[in-house]
Design a protein around this ligand. Sequence first.
Ligand SMILES: Cc1cc2nc3c(=O)[nH]c(=O)nc-3n(C[C@H](O)[C@H](O)[C@H](O)COP(=O)(O)O)c2cc1C
Length: 193
Amino acid sequence: MVVKSVSEIIHSRRSIRRFKQKSIDIKFLKKFVDCGRVAPSAANLQPLEYFIVSDKNLCAKIFKNLGWAGYIKPKWIPDESERPTAYIIILVKEDLMKYYKWDVGLAAENIMLAAEEKDIGSCILLNINRDEIRKIFDIPDSLYIDCVIALGYKLEKAVIQDMVDSVKYYRDENDVLHVPKRKLDDILHINKF
Ligand SMILES: Cc1cc2nc3c(=O)[nH]c(=O)nc-3n(C[C@H](O)[C@H](O)[C@H](O)COP(=O)(O)O)c2cc1C
Protein backbone atom coordinates (compact mmCIF):
# COMPACT_ATOMS: atom_id res chain seq x y z
CA MET A 1 0.00 0.00 0.00
CA VAL A 2 1.28 3.49 -0.86
CA VAL A 3 2.06 5.52 2.27
CA LYS A 4 0.26 8.88 2.15
CA SER A 5 1.02 12.01 4.15
CA VAL A 6 -1.67 13.48 6.40
CA SER A 7 -2.37 16.27 3.91
CA GLU A 8 -2.63 13.73 1.07
CA ILE A 9 -5.12 11.70 3.12
CA ILE A 10 -7.12 14.86 3.87
CA HIS A 11 -7.26 15.72 0.17
CA SER A 12 -8.01 12.23 -1.11
CA ARG A 13 -10.92 11.62 1.32
CA ARG A 14 -14.27 12.06 -0.40
CA SER A 15 -17.72 11.00 0.73
CA ILE A 16 -18.16 7.52 -0.71
CA ARG A 17 -21.62 5.99 -1.02
CA ARG A 18 -20.98 2.76 -2.98
CA PHE A 19 -19.06 -0.07 -1.39
CA LYS A 20 -17.66 -3.51 -2.14
CA GLN A 21 -19.37 -6.28 -0.18
CA LYS A 22 -16.20 -7.13 1.74
CA SER A 23 -16.34 -6.82 5.51
CA ILE A 24 -14.02 -4.54 7.46
CA ASP A 25 -11.90 -6.15 10.17
CA ILE A 26 -13.30 -5.20 13.59
CA LYS A 27 -9.73 -4.24 14.62
CA PHE A 28 -9.85 -1.47 12.00
CA LEU A 29 -13.26 -0.27 13.13
CA LYS A 30 -12.08 -0.09 16.74
CA LYS A 31 -8.98 1.78 15.60
CA PHE A 32 -11.13 4.35 13.79
CA VAL A 33 -13.17 4.93 16.96
CA ASP A 34 -9.95 5.24 18.91
CA CYS A 35 -8.92 8.04 16.51
CA GLY A 36 -12.26 9.76 17.25
CA ARG A 37 -11.69 9.33 20.97
CA VAL A 38 -8.52 11.47 20.97
CA ALA A 39 -9.97 14.38 18.95
CA PRO A 40 -10.05 17.84 20.55
CA SER A 41 -12.95 18.28 22.98
CA ALA A 42 -14.39 21.55 24.34
CA ALA A 43 -13.28 21.89 27.99
CA ASN A 44 -12.13 18.30 27.52
CA LEU A 45 -15.62 17.19 28.57
CA GLN A 46 -15.57 14.28 26.10
CA PRO A 47 -19.34 13.83 25.78
CA LEU A 48 -19.14 11.36 22.88
CA GLU A 49 -19.70 7.63 22.78
CA TYR A 50 -19.56 5.36 19.76
CA PHE A 51 -21.58 2.40 18.53
CA ILE A 52 -20.12 0.10 15.90
CA VAL A 53 -22.50 -1.84 13.64
CA SER A 54 -20.72 -4.63 11.75
CA ASP A 55 -23.22 -7.51 11.84
CA LYS A 56 -24.75 -8.09 8.40
CA ASN A 57 -28.37 -8.28 9.60
CA LEU A 58 -28.00 -5.17 11.74
CA CYS A 59 -26.36 -3.33 8.82
CA ALA A 60 -29.45 -4.17 6.74
CA LYS A 61 -31.70 -2.77 9.49
CA ILE A 62 -29.88 0.52 9.93
CA PHE A 63 -29.64 1.01 6.15
CA LYS A 64 -33.42 1.50 5.93
CA ASN A 65 -33.08 4.56 8.15
CA LEU A 66 -30.50 6.53 6.17
CA GLY A 67 -30.92 9.24 3.53
CA TRP A 68 -28.40 9.44 0.73
CA ALA A 69 -26.92 12.07 -1.61
CA GLY A 70 -29.70 14.67 -1.67
CA TYR A 71 -28.36 16.38 -4.82
CA ILE A 72 -28.48 13.22 -6.96
CA LYS A 73 -31.72 13.16 -8.97
CA PRO A 74 -33.82 11.11 -9.40
CA LYS A 75 -33.72 10.01 -5.77
CA TRP A 76 -30.93 7.53 -5.34
CA ILE A 77 -29.89 4.99 -2.71
CA PRO A 78 -27.07 2.45 -2.85
CA ASP A 79 -28.11 -0.81 -4.49
CA GLU A 80 -28.15 -3.95 -2.34
CA SER A 81 -24.84 -4.98 -3.94
CA GLU A 82 -23.10 -1.75 -2.94
CA ARG A 83 -24.29 -0.95 0.57
CA PRO A 84 -21.99 -0.03 3.46
CA THR A 85 -20.56 -3.00 5.33
CA ALA A 86 -20.18 -1.21 8.68
CA TYR A 87 -21.33 1.90 10.51
CA ILE A 88 -20.11 3.99 13.41
CA ILE A 89 -22.86 5.87 15.21
CA ILE A 90 -21.73 8.92 17.19
CA LEU A 91 -23.67 9.41 20.41
CA VAL A 92 -23.62 12.39 22.78
CA LYS A 93 -24.27 12.34 26.52
CA GLU A 94 -27.38 14.51 26.92
CA ASP A 95 -26.09 16.23 30.06
CA LEU A 96 -22.88 17.43 28.33
CA MET A 97 -24.31 18.82 25.13
CA LYS A 98 -23.29 22.51 25.13
CA TYR A 99 -20.44 22.41 22.59
CA TYR A 100 -21.08 18.94 21.26
CA LYS A 101 -21.29 19.86 17.57
CA TRP A 102 -17.64 20.88 17.48
CA ASP A 103 -16.64 17.68 19.26
CA VAL A 104 -18.68 15.52 16.88
CA GLY A 105 -17.28 17.24 13.80
CA LEU A 106 -13.70 16.84 14.91
CA ALA A 107 -14.15 13.21 16.01
CA ALA A 108 -16.02 12.30 12.83
CA GLU A 109 -13.29 13.73 10.63
CA ASN A 110 -10.64 11.83 12.58
CA ILE A 111 -12.63 8.63 12.03
CA MET A 112 -13.05 9.27 8.30
CA LEU A 113 -9.37 10.16 7.83
CA ALA A 114 -8.29 7.03 9.72
CA ALA A 115 -10.53 5.04 7.36
CA GLU A 116 -9.09 6.83 4.34
CA GLU A 117 -5.60 5.88 5.49
CA LYS A 118 -6.69 2.24 5.06
CA ASP A 119 -8.34 3.03 1.69
CA ILE A 120 -11.74 2.51 3.28
CA GLY A 121 -14.47 4.85 2.07
CA SER A 122 -16.81 6.70 4.38
CA CYS A 123 -19.76 9.05 4.41
CA ILE A 124 -21.11 10.98 7.38
CA LEU A 125 -24.91 11.07 7.43
CA LEU A 126 -27.19 13.39 9.36
CA ASN A 127 -30.24 12.55 7.29
CA ILE A 128 -31.13 9.62 9.53
CA ASN A 129 -34.20 8.32 11.35
CA ARG A 130 -33.01 8.71 14.94
CA ASP A 131 -36.13 7.21 16.55
CA GLU A 132 -35.87 4.00 14.53
CA ILE A 133 -32.11 3.71 15.04
CA ARG A 134 -32.63 4.12 18.80
CA LYS A 135 -35.19 1.29 18.75
CA ILE A 136 -33.08 -1.10 16.65
CA PHE A 137 -30.08 -0.89 18.96
CA ASP A 138 -31.87 -0.12 22.22
CA ILE A 139 -29.83 3.05 22.66
CA PRO A 140 -30.64 4.66 26.03
CA ASP A 141 -32.49 8.01 26.07
CA SER A 142 -29.55 9.58 27.94
CA LEU A 143 -27.55 9.46 24.67
CA TYR A 144 -28.43 11.72 21.72
CA ILE A 145 -27.89 10.06 18.34
CA ASP A 146 -25.96 12.66 16.37
CA CYS A 147 -24.76 11.06 13.16
CA VAL A 148 -23.95 7.83 11.42
CA ILE A 149 -20.71 7.22 9.54
CA ALA A 150 -21.17 4.65 6.78
CA LEU A 151 -18.06 2.66 5.92
CA GLY A 152 -16.81 0.14 3.40
CA TYR A 153 -14.21 -0.63 0.79
CA LYS A 154 -14.69 1.84 -2.06
CA LEU A 155 -16.70 0.92 -5.11
CA GLU A 156 -16.98 4.42 -6.54
CA LYS A 157 -14.58 7.09 -7.70
CA ALA A 158 -15.09 10.61 -6.44
CA VAL A 159 -13.07 13.67 -7.45
CA ILE A 160 -13.07 17.30 -6.45
CA GLN A 161 -13.26 20.12 -8.93
CA ASP A 162 -13.12 23.88 -8.59
CA MET A 163 -16.57 25.24 -7.86
CA VAL A 164 -17.90 27.53 -10.55
CA ASP A 165 -21.54 28.38 -9.87
CA SER A 166 -23.03 25.42 -8.00
CA VAL A 167 -22.25 23.48 -4.84
CA LYS A 168 -24.15 20.44 -6.15
CA TYR A 169 -22.17 17.26 -6.60
CA TYR A 170 -23.11 15.08 -9.55
CA ARG A 171 -22.23 11.79 -11.26
CA ASP A 172 -20.89 11.95 -14.82
CA GLU A 173 -21.58 9.47 -17.64
CA ASN A 174 -18.90 7.14 -16.23
CA ASP A 175 -20.49 7.26 -12.76
CA VAL A 176 -17.59 9.31 -11.36
CA LEU A 177 -18.82 11.58 -8.56
CA HIS A 178 -17.72 15.21 -8.99
CA VAL A 179 -17.65 17.34 -5.86
CA PRO A 180 -17.30 21.12 -6.35
CA LYS A 181 -15.11 22.85 -3.78
CA ARG A 182 -14.67 26.62 -3.43
CA LYS A 183 -11.27 27.72 -4.67
CA LEU A 184 -8.59 28.59 -2.13
CA ASP A 185 -8.18 32.11 -3.57
CA ASP A 186 -11.92 32.75 -3.12
CA ILE A 187 -11.98 31.93 0.58
CA LEU A 188 -8.55 32.85 1.90
CA HIS A 189 -7.69 36.27 3.36
CA ILE A 190 -4.11 36.87 4.40
CA ASN A 191 -3.53 39.73 6.82
CA LYS A 192 -6.20 41.91 5.15
CA PHE A 193 -9.51 41.74 3.28
C1 LIG B 1 -22.83 17.48 8.74
C2 LIG B 1 -22.90 16.66 7.47
C3 LIG B 1 -24.03 15.92 7.18
C4 LIG B 1 -24.09 15.13 6.03
N1 LIG B 1 -25.19 14.35 5.82
C5 LIG B 1 -25.24 13.56 4.71
C6 LIG B 1 -26.35 12.70 4.51
O1 LIG B 1 -27.29 12.64 5.31
N2 LIG B 1 -26.36 11.91 3.40
C7 LIG B 1 -25.32 11.92 2.50
O2 LIG B 1 -25.37 11.18 1.51
N3 LIG B 1 -24.23 12.73 2.67
C8 LIG B 1 -24.17 13.54 3.76
N4 LIG B 1 -23.07 14.34 3.98
C9 LIG B 1 -21.94 14.30 3.04
C10 LIG B 1 -21.86 15.57 2.19
O3 LIG B 1 -22.82 15.50 1.16
C11 LIG B 1 -20.43 15.71 1.62
O4 LIG B 1 -19.54 15.89 2.68
C12 LIG B 1 -20.32 16.89 0.66
O5 LIG B 1 -21.07 16.66 -0.51
C13 LIG B 1 -18.87 17.15 0.26
O6 LIG B 1 -18.29 16.00 -0.29
P1 LIG B 1 -16.94 15.38 0.29
O7 LIG B 1 -17.26 14.85 1.66
O8 LIG B 1 -16.56 14.32 -0.67
O9 LIG B 1 -15.93 16.49 0.37
C14 LIG B 1 -23.00 15.13 5.12
C15 LIG B 1 -21.86 15.89 5.42
C16 LIG B 1 -21.80 16.63 6.59
C17 LIG B 1 -20.55 17.42 6.90
